[in-house]
Design a protein around this ligand. Structure first.
Ligand SMILES: Cc1ncc(C[n+]2csc(CCOP(=O)(O)OP(=O)(O)O)c2C)c(N)n1
Length: 583
């Protein structure tokens, strides 16, 4: 591993803070975190990280440590925190199983470009490679799923490595970094004074924020020439905090704008130019009309397979502008006629004066026409059913109205995730936090309390399936102990619903191991000191949601929903998006 200081340019004008008395490595860890403005750590102690926990004991008034119930919960909570604050989420874990329990969350963060700084304890450097108690090669294990990782074996390295880690995690395309610290480095005293200089520049890593002018000009020319341009808004817009610029851009150009799953809430669901969600369970018009467009603009999104379907049949008549901060995304899936490398905010700012003001009522009307079809065949029955059991869609619709579209919805993975994405009307940015790229069941409960810690004023509602809930339900203990007023809705269909849907549609209804015998969720919640209520009837829905929302403490609402509900529209896996089915 390279010396971390070898390629850091220390800028003279950045003030360094110093401590004259030698610090232990562990204290240097905490001081480094404080220098980076860290106020919250999600963690779980154990042998190889005990010195850091001991140092933390003395800094409890400056750092809020949240004791999770499983390290996977720490990683997802840190993700929830990072997604809502834009700051890196911090997790702390011991070596071996503590570190490997983080891996699912780290992978998830890598897929969804979420900045995390994960700190793991490690056995003494002298024992490395001996299969010492709780030794695991966490650097090797996480190398493919981290943006950067480093093993510290000497206390003196700590400030520079931390500075570098924070810079890498939250610059360019954000992502998780991992710092593994051997126990000797934690207990040793530094041989030099603690000086902390924030890292702003690394020679071998230079994310481009400002786009090249010629790339912007080419993109603007294609936009001005296009008759049916179509904008795909991705997570990059939220990460860059470019919502205002996006609004100005769509209002000037009147280009129809659709969001990817992770791009949801970057533009208000009520905006006249907003046409809906892209992807496998996105809207009918947004998928159908991709092949009508003569220009597709991918903005801070990566054309993943859930959006493109069959790539060969995707946007066949369109030129493509691909705007992304990560050059490796360009031409990865869809060849770009006009790539623009840069931060979404900077690119939109540069484009805005160059694009012409247009009216595109006819083009927009094509979307509205197909919307009517979707409404008649799918939405009406999902939101306003005349009988039968409660549907997921109507729950989300009522929740959306009761929270005025301003809650942060933290959804887990499955049918409920898609229904929440489809039917919540987002009126405030960072309104939808979910596991997109990895689709990690168990994400929502810990991510929800992480988001609540990051944004205490915001109503945070976790929307979770009965299967997903049982993957991380022990985190109710964290919510209880930390007194976090997180609202939890379990949409219970007694099935692994999304898998059951696929078995019904594509495996001739052979329901292979998808039915769940569920515990009494309300009793479980009560066991964790959390109030709850279960409803089964439509007449109870409104008052139950009112109880949930008005509760000053955490509350769990279990809603028994239609058992064999299917999420439509749907693009069958691997099919062209234009083959989207309404039933
Ligand atoms: C860790 C993990 N294991 C398996 C899957 C595959 N999977 C995707 S959705 C799903 C079903 C989720 O069931 P539930 O939480 O009840 O939600 P529903 O689809 O019924 O709304 C499964 C098993 C996954 N995404 N993640």
């Amino acid at each position: 591993m390279k010396n971390p200081s070898s390629d850091i340019l220390t800028e003279k004008e950045i003030p360094a803070t110093a401590s004259a008395t030698p610090l232990s490595g562990s204290e240097a860890v905490i001081r480094s975190l404080l220098e980076e403005g860290v106020d919250t750590i999600f963690g779980y102690p154990g042998g190889a990280i005990m010195p850091v926990y001991d140092a933390l004991y003395h800094y409890q008034d400056q750092v809020n440590h949240i004791l999770v119930r499983h390290e996977q919960g720490a990683a997802h909570a840190a993700q929830g925190y990072a997604r809502i604050t834009g700051k890196p989420g911090i997790c702390l874990a011991t070596s071996g199983p503590g570190a490997t329990n983080l891996v699912t969350g780290i992978t998830d963060a890598m897929m969804d470009s979420t900045p995390l700084v994960c700190i793991t304890g490690q056995v003494f450097a002298s024992l490395l490679g001996t299969d010492a108690f709780q030794e695991a090669d966490v650097i090797g294990i996480t190398a493919p799923v981290t943006k950067w990782s480093y093993q510290i074996t000497d206390a003196d390295e700590i400030p520079e490595v931390f500075a570098k880690a924070f810079y890498i995690a939250n610059s360019g395309r954000p992502g998780p970094v991992l710092i593994d610290i051997t126990k000797n480095a934690q207990v040793a005293l530094m041989s030099k004074e603690f000086r902390y200089t924030k890292c702003k520049h690394i020679i071998s890593y230079r994310p481009r924020l400002q786009p090249k002018q010629e790339q912007v000009e080419l993109a603007a020319r294609l936009i001005n020439e296009a008759k049916k341009p179509y904008l795909f808004v991705g997570h990059g817009v939220l990460i860059a905090k470019a919502e205002e610029e996006l609004k100005a851009f769509v209002e000037k150009t009147e280009i129809p704008a659709a969001c990817t799953l992770l791009g949801l809430s970057a533009i208000s669901s009520d905006h006249p130019q907003y046409v809906g969600m892209l992807g496998m369970h996105g809207n009918y018009s947004t998928n159908k009309l991709i092949n009508e467009a003569d220009l597709v603009i991918g903005l801070g999104m990566r054309f993943d397979d859930r959006v493109t379907g069959n790539v060969a049949a995707f946007a066949t008549g369109a030129k493509v502008i691909h705007i992304d901060i990560d050059p490796s995304e360009i031409n990865k899936i869809i060849p770009a006629d006009a790539p623009v490398i840069g931060d979404a905010k900077a690119v939109l700012k540069a484009l805005l004066p160059l694009v012409e003001k247009r009216e595109r009522n006819d083009w927009l009307a094509e979307f509205k026409e197909l919307d009517k079809e979707e409404y008649e065949k799918v939405i009406k029955e999902d939101l306003f059913p005349e009988g039968g059991q409660i549907k997921m869609g109507e729950v989300i619709h009522r929740l959306s109205e009761k929270t005025a579209g301003k809650a942060a919805i933290v959804a887990d993975v499955g049918q409920h995730q898609m229904e929440a994405a489809r039917y919540y009307r987002f009126k405030q940015t960072d309104g939808y936090i979910t596991s997109g790229g990895s689709g990690t069941m168990g994400f929502a409960l810990p991510a929800a309390f992480g988001a609540k810690v990051g944004s205490p004023e915001r109503e945070v509602v976790a929307v979770i399936g009965d299967g997903c809930f049982q993957m991380t339900l022990q985190e109710l203990g964290t919510i209880w102990q930390s007194e976090l007023p997180v609202k939890i809705i379990i949409l219970n269909n007694n099935y692994l619903g999304m898998v059951r849907q696929w078995q019904q549609l594509f495996f001739d209804r052979r329901y292979s191991f998808v039915e769940l015998k569920n515990p009494d969720f309300i009793t479980i919640a009560k066991g964790f000191g959390i109030d709850g209520m279960k409803i089964t009837e439509r007449e109870e829905l409104d008052s139950a949601l009112d109880t949930l929302i008005s509760s000053k403490k955490a509350f769990l609402l279990e809603i028994l929903v239609e058992k064999e509900l299917n999420v439509f529209p749907m693009v069958p896996s691997g099919a062209p998006v234009s083959d989207i089915r309404l039933e």
